[in-house]
Ligand binder design. Structure first.
Ligand code: GDP
Ligand code: MG
Length: 389
């Protein structure tokens, strides 16, 4: 599974990442990656957006982890909103000397919004603390904060130690042994993500046509799950919602009995007319998704250097929203409780919470990602955080 270190700048995320590889390297579960190798993360262009991130891998007794660490706050924001390197769980690092800070809270909020269900807390730099009551306070504060952001504050494992001590191979009782405890807590507390194949079936329609004598075929890519010939399916989006039967599955001009996540398929749909189908709708396992015309989202607005706008925009900005194969005009507004919403400007390079008001309904759920375009220019990337209507 994929995890990452998140938390306020300078609280020790990179040091901890290096320390984990060191401790696990000693057990043969990782290649030791030094602090400097992790911190000089290459500049990556993920879907046109510049993100710096480092990836390390390690193995525990039971799992293989991909681990991501970003150098800057903006990189975390961009990474989480775009899903460039997906995190299924995370280690939130908080320095015992500072306690929670603004980026601690912002990362927790985003982690929740992008669908991370569980976290493990590492309270770092305990070598700097002599008063045990300080540590109790940080423990209490973090549990409260987790609960505020709708994580399980009571049961989340909180490990207190020193990443630097572990990395430098000293003070084992707060160093390496605590890092080992942290890794064990990840194994036990973080849930493995469901595999795409186990999720309910969803295919995004790219095109539809009639084959004389056979009926209507919708073509597209299976996003998740498995399609089985003869199954009941539902078509939703763009003002439509009907059930039908998947009477045939075609791939590379061959008739097959099933198709699965990643496959491009043609779906023969019983009793459906060509006019009932259009690009942007989805074919799903009945009842597993709903379409929405309004949802709240987190949006990263590309900077000019990333090919985005040169100028800010305001409420009621109307770009095109692309979600899977759907392409819909959207009006972006600030959530109703936003102060001075009518004067508020969104600058290129910002990230922002906005409500998407769509011209047509589209199959959407919390965690669905989309892009915003103006003509051929991609101006932003977003993720659905709440369905409104
Ligand atoms: P990041 O910005 O969250 O990645 O933080 P870094 O890992 O770069 O650490 C920031 C600073 O804190 C560096 O100077 C580290 O050496 C220091 N640091 C990290 N962990 C510890 C620790 O356990 N104890 C002490 N005293 N310093 C630490
Ligand atoms: Mg760092």
């Amino acid at each position: 599974m994929n995890i990452g270190t998140i938390g306020h700048v300078d609280h020790g995320k990179t040091t901890l990442t290096a320390a984990i590889t060191k401790v696990l390297a000693e057990r043969g579960g990782a290649k030791f990656t030094d602090y400097n190798q992790i911190d000089k993360a290459p500049e990556e262009k993920a879907r046109g957006i510049t993100i710096n991130s480092s990836h390390v891998e390690y193995e525990t007794d039971t799992r293989h982890y991909g681990h991501i660490d970003c150098p800057g706050h903006a990189d975390y924001i961009k990474n989480m909103i775009t899903g460039a390197a997906q995190m299924d769980g995370a280690i939130i690092v908080v320095s015992a000397t500072d306690g929670q800070m603004p980026q601690t809270r912002e990362h927790l909020l985003l982690a929740k919004q992008v669908g991370i269900e569980r976290l493990v807390v590492f309270v770092n730099k305990v070598d700097q603390i002599s008063d045990p009551e300080m540590l109790e306070l940080v423990d209490m504060e973090m549990r409260e904060l987790l609960t505020t952001y709708e994580f399980d504050g009571d049961n989340t494992p909180i490990i207190m130690g020193s990443a630097l001590a572990a990395l430098e191979g000293r003070d084992n009782e707060i160093g390496a042994s605590k890092v080992a405890e942290l890794v064990k807590a990840c194994d036990e507390w973080l849930n493995l993500p469901p595999r795409d194949l186990e999720k309910p079936f969803c295919m995004a329609i790219e095109d539809a046509f009639s084959i004389s004598g056979r009926g209507t075929v919708a073509t597209g890519k299976v996003h998740r799950g498995t399609a089985v010939k003869g199954a009941e399916v539902e078509v939703i989006g763009f003002g439509t919602n009907f059930k039908t039967t998947l009477t045939g599955i075609e791939m590379f001009h061959k008739e097959l009995d099933r198709a699965e996540a990643g496959d491009n398929m043609g779906a023969l749909l019983r009793g459906v007319k060509r006019e009932q189908l259009r690009r942007g709708q989805v074919v799903i396992a009945p009842g597993t998704m709903k379409s929405a015309k309004r949802f709240r989202s987190q949006i990263y607005v590309r900077s000019k250097d990333e090919g985005g706008r040169a100028t800010p925009f305001m409420s009621n900005y109307r770009p095109q929203l692309f979600m899977r194969t759907a392409d819909i005009t959207v009006s972006l507004t600030f959530p109703p409780d936003t102060p001075d919403a009518s004067e508020k400007m969104v600058m290129p390079g910002d990230h922002v919470t906005m409500d998407c008001n769509l011209h047509f309904d589209v199959a959407a759920e919390v965690g669905t990602r989309f892009t915003l375009r103006e003509g051929s220019k991609t101006v932003g990337t977003g993720i659905v955080t709440e369905i409104l209507e």
